[in-house]
Design a protein around this ligand. Structure first.
Ligand SMILES: Nc1ncnc2c1ncn2[C@@H]1O[C@H](COP(=O)(O)OP(=O)(O)OP(=O)(O)O)[C@@H](O)[C@H]1O
Length: 232
């Protein structure tokens, strides 16, 4: 589903080049639940943004479902991102001047869904994430944790084939965090949705079935968890 081949990302830093990712090759199959871990600054978010077509590699190729994304037009890449990828941002990225309801409805508008279908899908998400009472509020009227929940709901609402989540529980209380992890695991197990999450938490990593550790922009370890090491 996701195939990264020798992905390199670098930025110019004065006269030098700073390498954030160094020849990262990684294959993620449909239905996997992968966790990317590693020290701060290792390149985890950058890698996730490249997978989500929100950033481009400096070198190497990224194939999404067998198709090279380098040869796609910007329009095709945007379309792919909007219809197949649910992205949960570390810093929520909600639209400030839209209400919770409207923030959830936006991806459905981009997807071209009709009014009544949008209404029922938004209602379902509001209910699932206990946000019904907050639907008319704007993001700055919510707590950080509530904004995070809206961010997760917005990623799930298009029923994506892939969910890319950058520290999806970073600002949540532990119970809310566990609920989100359980939701992701159910989607993975019951609906076969492919999930790639970035986290610093070993406990959250155990919801998945594989851990990829990045150090200094390179893959340091690629570990498959078995039933005993994965969370029960
Ligand atoms: N636009 C940019 N220009 C220059 N350097 C950048 C840019 N974006 C990211 N970097 C650098 O790339 C490195 C990796 O950043 P990234 O956010 O991918 O790390 P991370 O592993 O996700 O870290 P954290 O766990 O702290 O979120 C950092 O050193 C950062 O300064």
């Amino acid at each position: 589903m996701i195939k990264l081949q020798n992905i390199t990302k670098s930025y110019r830093n004065g006269f030098k080049r700073a390498f954030v990712l160094r020849r990262v090759s990684l294959e993620i199959n449909e239905g996997e639940f992968v966790t990317i871990m590693g020290p701060s600054g290792a390149g985890k978010s950058t890698l996730l943004h490249i997978m989500g077509l929100l950033d481009e590699p400096s070198d190497g190729d990224y194939l999404f479902r067998g198709e090279s994304t380098a040869s796609m037009s910007n329009k095709q890449r945007t379309e792919l991102h909007r219809t197949q990828i649910g992205f949960v941002f570390q810093a929520y990225h909600l639209i400030d001047d839209l209400t919770v309801y409207e923030n959830l409805e936006t991806p459905l508008l981009y997807k071209g869904l009709g009014r009544s279908e949008r209404k029922s899908k938004v209602a379902e998400m509001l209910d699932r994430f206990s946000l019904v009472a907050k639907q008319k509020l704007f993001p700055n009227q919510l707590s950080g944790g509530q904004q995070q929940l809206v961010g997760v709901a917005r990623a799930l609402i298009i029923e994506p084939r892939v969910i890319l989540a950058d520290e999806p529980t970073g600002n949540l209380q532990s119970q809310q965090g566990e609920d989100i992890m359980q939701t992701l695991r159910d989607l993975n197990e019951n609906d076969g949705v492919t999930i790639v999450q970035v986290t610093h938490s070993e406990k959250q990593a155990r919801y998945g079935d594989r851990i990829v550790r990045l150090v200094d922009g390179a893959v340091d370890e690629d570990l498959r968890l078995n039933a005993e090491t994965a969370a029960a």
